[in-house]
Design a protein around this ligand. Sequence first.
Ligand SMILES: [Zn+2]
Length: 179
Amino acid sequence: MSKSLEFEVTLYPDPVLRKPAAPVETFGTDLKETIEAMFARMRESNGVGLAAPQVGLKQRILVVNHTGEDSDDLVLVNPEIQKLWGPRDVMEEGCLSFPGIFGEVSRPEKVKLTAQTPEGEAFEKVYEGFLSRVIQHEMDHLEGVLLVDRMSPADKLKNKVAFENMVHDYKDAQAKAER
Ligand SMILES: [Zn+2]
């Protein structure tokens, strides 16, 4: 077997984070290796969720673990939101693509999804509470919607310089790569 896959987290404002992700059509070894490498990246970065665009892949794959327990590993392939409901709750969110930046985001309490397992088996499930929030955050990534779009105007203002620094660092890295 070849050297195992390793991913880096794609940082804002890399344009791949703004592109809608395409459905996964092939269920096999490549998909499983991608999922394993996404979990490894998520754990190393101390995240609770990771979407494929965050490792530079325009595919509809999410990995989530909202507790840190191995038994709570959740993989969602081709997830689609069927319903969002319940009282809206405001909570501070972070994102691996925005290191060190946090902002309050309002989301409905419950989400009903259809998705597929890594084997391609279709299922439907309702998620609530913190897990629902994590999933809604990761679903946003598949549509190119980011923390900066969702956070309260006050938090957006509070983090203004941090966002500008990220844009500056990105442009700097691009310029260096072109040299
Ligand atoms: Zn995120």
